[in-house]
Design a protein around this ligand. Structure first.
Ligand code: NAG
Ligand code: NAG
Ligand code: NAG
Ligand code: NAG
Ligand code: NAG
Length: 320
């Protein structure tokens, strides 16, 4: 009897459940809506209300718990990650490590009391502090490695109003450059904070000048300083961006960290360029770069052989 020859090996069915690794510096990074529209920056020197649609990477980080509510800034660096200050997500209540569900993250916000059409409100899914963050000698040495990464619960689709900022190259220098700091922080040292996103244009200084002007011990390895003369950032601005335009891209030179009481003197910012390797590594290790696949192998060879044998036996009996 001529038996048809079935040659089954096996069939693989892949059920993908994956997330694509979002790298830093996506092609959209460092663009502002005014530039997209061909408009220049306002040339006002003192702090001012920002254009509602500008500074697309500015993030509003809200911490909510039953007894306190605080706000901080942050910067969107790709579709799923935000950079902020470590002190924004640590030490808020009895030195406990951050609990992601207590953080609400707003993108494309301007007036903190109302969302714009383009505002995205989301939550943190992971919060990772720099392993060497240290606030134990704050009064004499300031904050060390005041940087943290927040992974968003969802992957953000960029638009004209919500765009990531570019990160600088490792160890790039921004001293003597003019920068913009933005945030919803206090308008002066003892006053109320701002309801609208504010922006201020300030110079970044060199290491020796910062070491001289910052009244406490100052670490040039992980900090940069700028502002002063009654201009800069204050409480509530922490974690927010300090950006410098480099070519046609805006780069995150610093992250608002701390200043002397009163906020009239120079502000200290975490030096982003000192943390590029940590940022890359952390994002990579906390996303899955390879599809997170579930393999289901259906061995048709076994199934078909069994069925075939069965029907062949039947046939053989019948034809006899
Ligand atoms: C640092 O900046 C100060 C003030 O602008 C300037 O006087 C000084 O020469 C600069 N130092 C270096 C090493 O560039
Ligand atoms: C701010 O700087 C001025 C001038 O350097 C200094 O006299 C003052 O003590 C500083 N203020 C604070 C609160 O550190
Ligand atoms: C996140 O990345 C760090 C390395 O930067 C790693 O130590 C840590 O285990 C990762 N966390 C998770 C939840 O994968
Ligand atoms: C892969 O997916 C499973 C199930 O959703 C999850 O538990 C696991 O953590 C994921 N692995 C990685 C590396 O993301
Ligand atoms: C499929 O089943 C056959 C028969 O039992 C076996 O020889 C073969 O190794 C199996 N193939 C796979 C990929 O499991």
């Amino acid at each position: 009897m001529n038996m048809p020859k079935f040659v089954f090996t096996f069939v693989l069915i892949l059920l993908y459940e994956y997330e694509v690794f979002a790298a830093i510096n996506p092609p959209e990074c460092g663009k502002r809506i005014n530039e997209i529209r061909g408009k220049g920056l306002n040339k006002i020197v003192n702090g001012q209300i920002a254009d509602p649609e500008d500074w697309g990477w500015q993030v509003y980080v809200q911490y909510l718990s039953f007894d306190i509510q605080t706000k901080c800034g942050g910067s969107l660096i790709n579709s799923q990650w935000v950079l902020t200050a470590a002190h924004c997500v640590y030490n808020l209540e009895q030195n406990i490590l951050p609990n992601p569900p207590l953080y609400k993250i707003y993108l494309g916000l301007h007036d903190e009391t109302k969302e714009e059409d383009f505002t995205i409100a989301t939550e943190a899914s992971k919060i990772i502090l720099h392993p060497d963050y240290d606030d134990s000698k704050f009064q004499t040495e300031g904050l060390q490695n005041d940087i943290a990464l927040i992974k968003l619960k969802e992957s953000i689709k960029f638009n004209d109003q919500i765009l990531p900022v570019c990160l600088p190259e490792s160890n790039s220098e921004f001293s003597n450059k003019m920068a913009w700091a933005t945030g919803w922080g206090r308008l002066d040292g003892n006053g109320a904070s701002s309801k609208f996103l504010m922006e201020v244009n300030i110079p970044i200084y060199n290491d020796s000048y910062c070491t001289k002007k910052i009244a406490i011990k100052y670490n040039t390895k992980n900090s940069i300083c700028g502002g002063g003369n009654n201009k800069g950032t204050c409480q509530g601005d922490s974690g927010g961006p300090l950006v410098v335009k480099d070519g046609d891209k805006w780069k995150l030179a610093g992250i608002t960290s701390y200043a002397a009481v009163g906020c009239k003197n120079e502000t200290v910012f975490a030096k982003t360029s000192a943390f590029i390797d940590w940022i890359k590594k952390t994002i990579q290790e906390n996303s899955s770069s390879i599809p997170n696949a579930t393999f289901t192998i259906i061995n048709f060879s076994t199934i078909f052989k069994k069925n075939f044998k069965f029907s062949a036996e039947l046939k053989a009996q019948k034809s006899f």
